[in-house]
Design a binder for this molecule. Structure first.
Ligand SMILES: *[C@@H]1O[C@H](CO)[C@@H](O)[C@H](O)[C@H]1NC(C)=O
Ligand SMILES: *[C@@H]1O[C@H](CO)[C@@H](O)[C@H](O)[C@H]1NC(C)=O
Ligand SMILES: *[C@@H]1O[C@H](CO)[C@@H](O)[C@H](O)[C@H]1NC(C)=O
Ligand SMILES: *[C@@H]1O[C@H](CO)[C@@H](O)[C@H](O)[C@H]1NC(C)=O
Ligand SMILES: *[C@@H]1O[C@H](CO)[C@@H](O)[C@H](O)[C@H]1NC(C)=O
Ligand SMILES: *[C@@H]1O[C@H](CO)[C@@H](O)[C@H](O)[C@H]1NC(C)=O
Ligand SMILES: *[C@@H]1O[C@H](CO)[C@@H](O)[C@H](O)[C@H]1NC(C)=O
Ligand SMILES: *[C@@H]1O[C@H](CO)[C@@H](O)[C@H](O)[C@H]1NC(C)=O
Ligand SMILES: *[C@@H]1O[C@H](CO)[C@@H](O)[C@H](O)[C@H]1NC(C)=O
Ligand SMILES: *[C@@H]1O[C@H](CO)[C@@H](O)[C@H](O)[C@H]1NC(C)=O
Ligand SMILES: *[C@@H]1O[C@H](CO)[C@@H](O)[C@H](O)[C@H]1NC(C)=O
Ligand SMILES: *[C@@H]1O[C@H](CO)[C@@H](O)[C@H](O)[C@H]1NC(C)=O
Length: 416
């Protein structure tokens, strides 16, 4: 399954992916556009009896995406189905965002199975503007709620939508940009005004409609990939700052917690190496993180953290300038291989995976000896172990002494 989908599933959002249409559009053998979605169509048309008829049908899972295409700044998802019908969505990208510009639906009224008794045999086109804007690049747009796009004579209801346009490097993002409807409703049933087929669902008394399961979101994205970041004092020297870790942030925006992984492949490192202070700035399309390390002569630690994240609903930024984590001796590196979390502020938590940093005194471009975060636990254990060993040794010596003395005494008596 796709990482996109896996991420959403693990977010606890219930997706009936198997019923949706999943499309992987590739360019030069690399994934460039991903979509998984469901659409209900409702089309009004004139019948031979001069009456208005309404046809309702779903996007079939057999729809053909072969006419889809990707370009540098524009791409199109095209789904052809049935007797000459097609649905398409255009995407464009600008700065750090992408959006859906137009939806075009073409339907063939000659298809008498879909449009029985149609007075016309034409093929018609409608265009509308969807509300899919400002999706952060390299994130998956996700909308479980229904979204009805209205066009003349046609309503298109989309739901369980997961898509990413402008996929970078052929791999889907593990980060989700949820639509506003998903954010504001935790479990509200979809409010459709598109279905003229309300009679389809007879309300049988006694059996209340099953409520939509409200799975409490336990957000767990896939483990972030490890990145290695390096700073040099100038282009000819070896590294002066080294960092290696997988990174995730969890932050609160508009009353909702969100998680984001840092994608090392799309992250730029900058900053400076100082004597008393060094700074590492990691920047991707979706987030910027400033790490400020302090050298207090013998030891260093992470002193300040400034995080900025861009989401569909704006920018999140938070800073803590009074931290004291990742402490180790200047001239060595700090290491923590296990997953760690740090509460930076009430709104922000940092997660690290396979962490190793050395912000000062890097020699020959490589990490120096590491001080492990397990050290604390071990430094308790080591003296205890040594103490126990000593105690045992003393007992053995004492025992040997008493046995020896007894023997001596025995032989002493014998010699008498
Ligand atoms: C879509 O249509 C199917 C059948 O035509 C119906 O069962 C389903 O409830 C509709 N979904 C929405 C969200 O309108
Ligand atoms: C249907 O419309 C056509 C032309 O608009 C008209 O000639 C015809 O009388 C109408 N038939 C009925 C049953 O209204
Ligand atoms: C429209 O439907 C008719 C009848 O099914 C079919 O013969 C025709 O080829 C279709 N038009 C297109 C453009 O596919
Ligand atoms: C569509 O209908 C018109 C008139 O009703 C007819 O002349 C024409 O041949 C039809 N076209 C198709 C493709 O069936
Ligand atoms: C589309 O939705 C609007 C608003 O609910 C409704 O008035 C209209 O009849 C619908 N049109 C179709 C073709 O279902
Ligand atoms: C369903 O229950 C309501 C109120 O309890 C009642 O008025 C209605 O007649 C019932 N409908 C059917 C189909 O039993
Ligand atoms: C780096 O080395 C090149 C050639 O060895 C030299 O021309 C250049 O000035 C040096 N750059 C710096 C910043 O020292
Ligand atoms: C990062 O890039 C490398 C090489 O280009 C590639 O092998 C790796 O799969 C990429 N990882 C991700 C998470 O995109
Ligand atoms: C750390 O700070 C001390 C005192 O300011 C300085 O002597 C030492 O050179 C610094 N270490 C590094 C690696 O910059
Ligand atoms: C670093 O700190 C020491 C003592 O705190 C100070 O004497 C020294 O001037 C500082 N060095 C720099 C480059 O700021
Ligand atoms: C944190 O970063 C943001 C954006 O990079 C910047 O505007 C802000 O001034 C920084 N705050 C601090 C305290 O460094
Ligand atoms: C943070 O880590 C501790 C143990 O290291 C764990 O018990 C806790 O659940 C973690 N918190 C979060 C929010 O992941």
């Amino acid at each position: 399954m796709s990482r996109c989908a896996a991420a959403v599933l693990s977010l606890g959002i219930l997706f009936q992916l198997s019923h949706g249409l999943e499309v992987n559009v590739t360019k030069d053998g690399k994934l460039c556009l991903y979509a998984n979605l469901m659409i209900n169509f409702s089309v009004s048309y004139e019948g031979k009896d001069n009456k208005t008829h309404t046809a309702t049908f779903e996007l079939p899972p057999t729809a053909n995406p072969d006419d889809s295409k990707c370009d540098e700044t524009a791409s199109t998802l095209t789904l052809k189905f049935g007797e000459g019908h097609s649905w398409s969505m255009d995407f464009s990208k600008k700065d750090a965002f992408y959006q859906a510009d137009n939806v075009t639906f073409t339907y063939n009224l000659s298809d008498s199975t879909t449009f029985p008794n149609s007075a016309s045999n034409e093929t018609r086109n409608v265009t509308a503007k969807p509300q899919i804007t400002e999706v952060v690049q390299d994130t998956c747009y996700s909308c479980r709620s229904t979204d009805t796009i209205e066009a003349p004579m046609v309503n298109m209801t989309l739901w369980n939508v997961l898509m990413q346009a402008f996929v970078i490097n052929g791999s889907k993002s593990g980060t989700i940009s949820p639509c506003d409807a998903d954010k504001s409703t935790t479990s509200a049933p979809p409010t459709t005004h598109a279905t003229n087929a309300t009679t389809v669902a007879p309300t049988t008394n006694g059996t209340t409609p099953a409520p939509i399961p409200t799975t409490t979101p336990t957000p767990t994205l896939p483990t972030p990939s490890d990145g290695t970041y390096m700073l040099k004092a100038d282009e000819n020297s070896t590294a002066c700052l080294l960092a290696n870790f997988g990174l995730r942030i969890r932050f609160e925006q508009g009353g909702q917690f969100q998680e984001m992984n840092l994608e090392p492949n799309l992250t730029k490192a900058s900053g400076f190496c100082g004597v008393n202070s060094s700074e590492l700035v990691l920047e991707s399309a979706a987030m910027t993180i400033n790490f400020t390390f302090t050298n207090d002569t013998k030891k260093f630690h992470l002193h300040a953290l400034n995080v900025t994240a861009k989401t569909g609903s704006g920018e999140f930024t938070d800073v803590n300038t009074n931290m004291s984590v990742w402490e180790a001796a200047v001239g060595s590196s700090y290491m923590c291989n296990k997953e760690q979390n740090y509460t930076i502020t009430k709104q922000l938590t940092l997660y690290t995976f396979n962490l190793r940093v050395q912000p000062f005194g890097v020699k020959k471009g490589g990490f120096s000896t590491a001080e492990d975060c397990l050290g604390d636990a071990e430094s308790f254990l080591v003296p205890i172990a040594v103490g126990v060993a000593l105690l045992v040794l003393i007992l053995i010596v004492l025992l040997a002494y008493f046995i020896g003395r007894r023997r001596n005494m025995a032989t002493g008596y014998e010699s008498f």
